[in-house]
Write a protein that binds this ligand. Structure first.
Ligand code: AMP
Ligand code: MN
Ligand code: MN
Length: 324
């Protein structure tokens, strides 16, 4: 696909746009940016976004946009467009639509995405799904509101233009969106850097108990459900902790373990220069990107650490799992 017109032209139809479970800035920015682009340039279509509840810092993107958290009984769609979704089991609100809708499209940047739709447009080198989408849009037809959503997505997935996935094209795309007159400073400060009190306490708790291993190459942090309750934090307050662990000087990788339900532990993996964490997460049924990936293990936090940390240390001692 070279342009979204290849999938959006033609007679009016109903389009469902959906993102992944626990939607992040890129996922929400992509879905909302695409929704606005369709509404503004293809008024013959009827589009709706399906996303799980949005956390506070990103509400400015979703409020008043008619985002749906369930598929109403009897509602039918001619087309399904998945944004930032790497596998069928990662679809947030409406996984059933993947089989029910005939015309399905995946727009993504996950290296682990095997191509789950009829049309698959996956750019693993892109910083974000929002960057991929912006590249498929006609720049002059992107409104300031759509630009705000896509810019937010790029900012979040690139860590404010910091991660290795940031390219000259990322910067050119951001510049194009900036030229629409968006409040870029406020977006970065309020949606990316600002932390609630609960998020700050959770971060402090995990960092204060973090451990280094592998001669300082690996930082490991964790939090149980009971500990979260003790400090007054919930699961949505844990975003960004893995990235902070990775900032510890000298580390190549970080692993953050957190209990999402009794007997279920989510692991967020991050690396800096060479460790392919997508490949490692894949061995445990997860996936993601080369430098940011995740998986879910069953058992306690301690059991999950016992299963995963030796594998990470092995990979680090070998100089990293096969890179891209
Ligand atoms: P997280 O650690 O949840 O911030 O996720 C980092 C990256 O890995 C994101 O791009 C996710 O989409 C991806 N990811 C996280 N968990 C999984 C999983 N269980 N399966 C596949 N991809 C995942
Ligand atoms: Mn995402
Ligand atoms: Mn993304």
């Amino acid at each position: 696909m070279h342009n979204l017109s290849e999938i959006l032209s033609g007679p009016g139809r109903s389009i469902a746009i959906a993102g992944h479970v626990h939607p992040d800035g890129d996922c929400i920015g992509s879905c909302v940016g695409l929704l606005l682009y369709i509404e503004e340039n293809y008024p013959q279509h009827r589009a709706a976004v399906f996303l799980e509840e949005t956390k506070g810092a990103l509400l400015f993107l979703t409020e008043g946009r008619g985002i749906r958290s369930a598929v109403p009984e009897g509602m039918q769609f001619d087309q399904l467009i998945l944004c930032d979704v790497s596998s069928p089991d990662r679809i947030g609100v409406c996984p059933e639509l993947l089989a029910a809708v005939e015309d399905t499209v995946s727009i993504d940047h996950h290296i682990s995405n095997p191509g789950i739709c009829r049309i698959n447009h996956i750019e693993p080198e892109a910083s974000s799904c929002s960057e991929v989408l912006a590249g498929l849009m006609d720049a002059e037809r992107i409104s300031p509101e759509a630009a705000e959503a896509l810019y937010t997505g790029i900012v979040h997935d690139s860590g404010v233009f910091q991660y290795g996935s940031t390219s000259p094209r990322t910067m050119r795309t951001a510049a194009m969106l900036m030229e629409k007159g968006i409040p870029f400073s406020r977006i970065i400060q309020e949606s990316f850097f600002a932390r609630s009190f609960a998020e700050s306490r959770a971060l402090g708790f995990v960092l204060s108990r973090a451990e280094l291993s592998g001669g300082g190459l690996l930082a490991v942090g964790s939090i149980t459900a009971a500990e979260m309750q003790e400090i007054g934090a919930g699961l949505p307050d844990l975003d960004g902790i893995a990235a902070q662990l990775r900032l510890i000087r000298g580390t190549e990788a970080a692993a953050f373990f957190y209990e999402t339900a009794p007997g279920s532990v989510k692991v967020s993996l991050r690396s800096t220069n060479y460790l392919n964490v997508s490949e490692l997460a894949g061995r445990f049924g997860g996936g993601g990107h080369v430098r940011a990936a995740g998986c879910t293990l069953s058992g306690t936090v301690e059991e999950a650490k016992a299963a995963l940390v030796p594998v990470l240390l092995d990979a680090l001692s070998e100089g990293g799992a096969p890179a891209l």
